[in-house]
Design a protein around this ligand. Structure first.
Ligand SMILES: NC(=O)c1ccc[n+]([C@@H]2O[C@H](COP(=O)([O-])OP(=O)(O)OC[C@H]3O[C@@H](n4cnc5c(N)ncnc54)[C@H](OP(=O)(O)O)[C@@H]3O)[C@@H](O)[C@H]2O)c1
Length: 260
């Protein structure tokens, strides 16, 4: 039986790990990408129990060499990739003056540059086949300037804008492009970004990694351009989109209290 193959970046934990498990259950084979070989091996072993083939590629996508290695894998027509999920990303909480400049550059390189390059590589490979899908992970933070999470929110605004434009560019080629904008989701993300806990975060705004993964993959299947998992997050995003920029800034400043 023919099985489609999806490549997921950031597949070693959190949302990417859940996407790997759910795609395997939906009958996909997988290419799992991240830096931690041991965690990737663990995820690969899990998805193989669902009958999926799992290839592991250890790559640091905050380096040019790492990006180029995944571009080459996407371009390999002998083992075609029919879905690329650009999920790897992180955000550092803190005021910009207190964060080191190199770390902020690294965040932009991963969240923006790697995502752009791998989206482009995917479209170049998929367009001649006239099928395929690209799923890019933005954030509810893409809808507002977010003091204390300043660079991260800006990178995710890029992801949302870029992905929505790509949706239109890809449509005539038969390639689906979807942006998922999750809200606050407990995962490795908080510790990685320097947030001590989810304490203080309104519980009605929390979503699980498994829920985000399911909503995102359903959105890809139905060809949606943008999806915000969770009713409260979806309403908030719509509301924020309609607000004048001064109100958006104040709301961002309010939420920045949860980033300490
Ligand atoms: N959790 C939230 O509240 C939330 C909300 C909105 C959006 N998001 C977005 O959701 C995506 C997934 O995050 P998550 O919540 O699942 O967090 P997570 O558990 O920390 O997962 C992040 C993944 O990215 C990988 N990664 C990080 N740096 C990398 C690099 N330089 N090269 C390759 N892979 C790298 C990590 O693997 P290695 O460490 O093994 O490399 C890990 O697999 C991110 O884009 C994040 O911005 C998260």
């Amino acid at each position: 039986m023919y099985r489609r193959r999806a490549l997921i970046t950031g597949a070693s934990s959190g949302i990417g790990e859940c996407m790997a498990e759910q795609l395997a259950a939906r009958g996909w084979d997988l290419v799992l990408v991240a830096r931690r070989a041991d965690e990737l091996a663990r995820v690969a072993a899990t998805v193989r129990t669902s009958g999926a083939d799992a290839e592991v590629i250890v790559a640091d996508l905050s380096t040019s060499a790492g990006i180029e290695s995944i571009e080459a894998r996407i371009a390999d027509e002998s083992r075609p990739v029919e879905m690329v999920v650009n999920n790897a990303g992180y955000g550092r909480f803190g005021k910009i003056m207190e964060l080191d400049a190199a770390g902020e550059s690294n965040e932009i390189f991963l969240n923006v540059n790697a995502l752009m390059r791998l989206s482009r590589a995917a479209l170049v490979a998929m367009a001649p086949r006239r099928r395929g899908a690209i799923l890019n992970v933005a954030s509810v933070a893409s809808f507002l300037p977010f003091p204390g999470f300043t660079t991260y929110a800006a990178t995710k605004a890029f992801v949302r804008s870029f992905t929505l434009a790509l949706h239109e560019e890809a449509r005539p080629h038969g390639v689906r492009v979807t942006c998922v904008a999750p809200g606050y989701t407990p995962s490795g993300f908080q510790a990685r970004g320097g947030l001590s806990s989810t304490a203080g975060q309104p519980s009605f705004m929390l979503t699980s990694s498994a829920f985000v993964a399911r909503v995102a993959l359903d959105a890809v299947e139905s060809g949606r351009a943008l999806v915000v998992p969770g009713l409260v997050n979806a309403i908030s995003a719509r509301f924020l989109s309609l607000m004048p920029s001064g109100v958006q800034r104040r709301i961002g400043a309010y939420f920045s209290r949860f980033t300490r």
